[in-house]
Design a protein around this ligand. Structure first.
Ligand SMILES: *[C@@H]1O[C@H](CO)[C@@H](O)[C@H](O)[C@H]1NC(C)=O
Ligand SMILES: *[C@@H]1O[C@H](CO)[C@@H](O)[C@H](O)[C@H]1NC(C)=O
Length: 286
């Protein structure tokens, strides 16, 4: 649009009491303008917006409802980053907040919270195409297995990687409970072995997302067509992908050495029926 056309559209929109719709250009997970409105706007996108805003304005509660205080915080954010102070999450503000506040700053503390039998630690790079080495620890923090993982999600239509706030994007960083579930019914997509399921976020972006916004985040393998272990693994829809040999080793160690039970697969049903037996800790290292 030319400058003049934009002004004309804006004026017409204002006259009609409408906001300019640019839904196709919002960066995932955002897809619409968010603002104080009547009736109030609510949804997962508001939860994520509030979670990200709270990194600049820490007393903002994450209610999932765009209320007056959310508007105030959004204006404060826009003022901090020299964006037009509108109190509206437009495309520009959405791009900005993902960039400036998307990192959770979560770091693994080298511990395992009490009551859990195992921890899987996964360092990740901003560029999720780079596969990394995950480590399986017991509750005394002994290293039981190290293995290659891939945490890249689906790609946007422009070829860029979907971020961790998108439904099919990269595996979220942070700390979350983790539990061994029986194998998924589709071995081609998930492998023939029991899988580990991310159950509930405890810290970082995982706290914001799992399982109220994103679920079905598993650690699994697959019988990937044309793939062999010398190759990078395929991208997932948010899961942690591992080589077949490693995913087989992990569940065998868990059940044989650590008395971890294989829970009947819940297929993401909430509330989760069992006490999670492990934790998954994913941290950004660049
Ligand atoms: C990300 O990493 C992959 C694998 O190492 C590499 O091929 C690609 O060029 C990297 N992308 C960027 C943007 O650095
Ligand atoms: C697991 O699922 C099977 C098949 O539905 C059922 O027979 C079995 O009782 C379940 N086991 C537990 C521990 O819930």
């Amino acid at each position: 649009m030319t400058h003049l056309t934009k002004i004309v559209v804006l004026v017409i929109s204002l006259l009609l009491g409408l906001t300019v719709s640019q839904s196709t250009t919002y960066p995932c997970p955002f897809y619409r303008s968010l603002s104080l409105a009547s009736p109030v706007v609510s949804g997962d996108d508001v939860i994520i917006l509030q979670g990200l805003l709270a990194r600049s304005v820490p007393d903002l509660p994450i209610s999932g409802i765009f209320d007056e205080f959310t508007e105030v915080c959004l204006m404060k954010y826009q003022s901090m980053y020299n964006i037009a102070i509108t109190g509206i999450l437009d495309v520009n503000t959405a791009n900005s907040i993902l960039l400036t506040n998307g990192d959770d700053g979560y770091t693994d503390n080298g511990q395992i919270p009490p009551g859990f039998k195992y921890k899987v630690h996964v360092p990740v790079y901003r560029n999720r195409s780079i596969e990394t080495t995950a480590t399986l620890y017991d509750d005394q923090l002994n290293v039981l297995h190290s293995f290659t993982v891939r945490t890249e999600g689906q790609l946007n239509t422009d070829g860029s990687a979907m971020n961790q706030f998108c439904g099919d994007g990269a595996t979220p960083t942070g700390l979350m409970t983790f539990d061994l579930n029986s194998a998924e019914p589709d071995p081609a997509a998930f492998g023939p072995y029991p899988v580990n399921r991310a159950v509930q976020g405890i810290a970082g972006n995982a706290f914001l997302l799992i399982s109220n916004v994103r679920d079905g985040i598993l650690m699994h393998t697959g019988q990937w067509t044309g793939w062999n272990p010398s190759m990078p693994m395929p991208n997932s829809h948010g899961c942690v992908h591992g080589h077949p040999e490693d995913i087989d080793t992990v569940w065998n160690i868990l059940t044989s050495n650590l008395n971890v039970y294989v829970r009947n697969n819940t297929f993401g049903a909430l509330p989760y029926l069992y006490q999670p037996q492990g934790v998954l800790s994913i941290e950004l290292i660049d």
